[in-house]
Write a new protein. Structure first.
Length: 367
């Protein structure tokens, strides 16, 4: 798939994807090495060492692990990259920072990873820059959360439209592959009018070619389920927490039932419980690197055992971390008893060490 302009997108309807062309089923997966010999010629950035999963009704075939936008520990490998020590204050215009993001994206491309999820204004700017000239290798998911429905001044349809247009202009983008508006973490706190504004803005973005596909991000599981049932056309993809403790509820009460019914794609944030899964700090030469790499692979394998999820989207700060999660996709999927016990112990430690502002992750043990 070549890079396209918004005008070409609107005129030609290029949203048709590999899966649609092949007539694939809702939970279709092309495994690493492709033992079934499916046609892979139209999968974006296909690599035979990577697994690809159908992303719901978008029909995009997405790599089984993707690049989450956050870079929370990047200052351990690029010292001084955070103003005031806060990752939200990353110095994205500095050469060392830009090289790090470019190198991580390059390694993702080399490993067959084909989706980046950008959630903040800085992430949008940084990844638009890192992808310049390479949009034909990776899909870009977009949310400029500082100018979306999490904040009261951006909750009208007019302000949401303005937000997207501003973001596209500032990042030098013609369009995004997915606009997933970041709602209030507990999205049920939004009024009905505010939700209707979100839906109207998403509808407008897709009809005008600014976004190929649309969805939301929320941490409010019952509310997400209700919204999927009410607005299935606009909620093509959701982005929610999904950790190595999360389990799928198989009956109609669970979120998965509605997602399956309406063929919704699903990206999982916080697969490593905001870093609490690990003992080390990701710095070069830290003594826990090998153990933490193994825990990361176990978590990815556990999450990928769920047929519902399209892909976990961990933030990664080095090319070596990209290599590690790509290796997890190739390893045996089901955990054995020893591996399960190891991961369970690590997750109990993670739960005990969760920062106060991430205690809500514990609400996502069942979906």
């Amino acid at each position: 798939m070549a890079e396209i302009s918004r005008r070409e997108f609107v005129q030609t309807g290029v949203a048709a994807s590999a899966a649609a062309a092949l007539g694939l089923q809702p939970t279709f997966t092309i495994k690493a090495q492709n033992p079934e010999k499916h046609d892979t010629s139209r999968i974006l950035n296909y690599n035979p060492e990577m697994e690809y999963r159908r992303c719901g009704k978008t029909n995009l075939m997405i790599s089984a692990v993707c690049l989450g936008g956050h870079w929370k520990r990047l200052n351990t490998v690029v010292p001084g990259s955070f103003a005031g020590g806060n990752w939200l204050g990353a110095k994205i215009d500095e050469e060392a920072f830009q090289k790090n993001r470019y190198d991580v994206v390059t390694r993702c491309i080399e490993r067959g990873i084909n989706y980046i999820d950008a959630c903040t204004g800085q992430e949008v700017m940084a990844y638009a820059r890192a992808l310049k000239g390479r949009r034909d290798k990776m899909y870009l998911g977009y949310s400029w959360y500082q100018r979306e429905s999490r904040f009261a001044e951006w909750r009208s349809v007019e302000k949401l439209k303005e937000s997207l247009d501003l973001g596209l202009k500032e990042a030098g983008l013609e369009y995004v592959d997915l606009w997933r508006i970041t709602c209030h973490e507990q999205s049920s706190r939004h009024s009905e009018a505010e939700i209707e504004a979100v839906i109207a803005a998403l509808d407008w973005a897709k009809k005008t070619g600014r976004a190929r596909f649309t969805g939301i991000s929320s941490h409010d599981r019952p509310h997400i389920k209700m919204l999927i049932e009410k607005y299935p056309d606009q909620l093509e993809v959701i982005c929610t927490p999904y950790t190595a403790k999360t389990k799928v509820v198989e009956d109609e009460t669970g979120l998965w039932a509605s997602m399956q019914k309406h063929d919704v794609g699903w990206f999982g944030i916080k697969p490593f419980s905001s870093g609490s899964l690990f003992k080390g700090d990701s710095s070069p030469g830290n003594p826990y690197a090998e153990e933490d790499n193994r825990l990361a692979r176990l978590a990815i394998r556990y999450i990928l055992c769920n047929r519902a999820i399209t892909a976990p989207i961990p933030g990664m700060i080095t090319p070596e971390q990209v290599d590690n999660v790509a290796l997890a996709v190739k390893e045996r999927r089901e955990l054995d008893l020893e591996e399960k016990a190891l991961l369970d112990r690590a997750m109990e430690r993670a739960w005990a060490n969760l920062p106060y502002n991430y205690q809500w992750l514990k609400d996502w043990e069942y979906v």
